[in-house]
Design a protein around this ligand. Sequence first.
Ligand code: SF4
Length: 116
Amino acid sequence: MNGKKIDNSRRKLIKGALAGAAALPFAGLLQRGWAQGGKEKVDPGSSQAQALHYTHDAAALPKSVARKPNELCHNCRFFQAQAAQGSSPQWAPCTIFGGKLVSRDGWCSSWTAQSG
Ligand code: SF4
């Protein structure tokens, strides 16, 4: 009976240790993601931003850029509002730009409608 209790405790301890060890690489990835891109705004002059016609202010885009008026970062599926502070953040990480911040009023040619 006592041996069975020890076995259960040991099993729980080993399970916890394994779960913790398995989570470590992901925690590192998350930390790196935030450190590298999570607090840095996308530079509209960068080669990626230029290639995708990214702008912080979609209203200022020239008419030659094909964008529908309702297409804005804040209603794009890649705008990670839940990862930013506040319920309606002005800046949030964008998946396409590796987690760098984009403006809710911005736009790029990778705009994709939110699902659901
Ligand atoms: S992918 Fe979406 S959220 Fe990201 S910059 Fe382009 S329009 Fe904005």
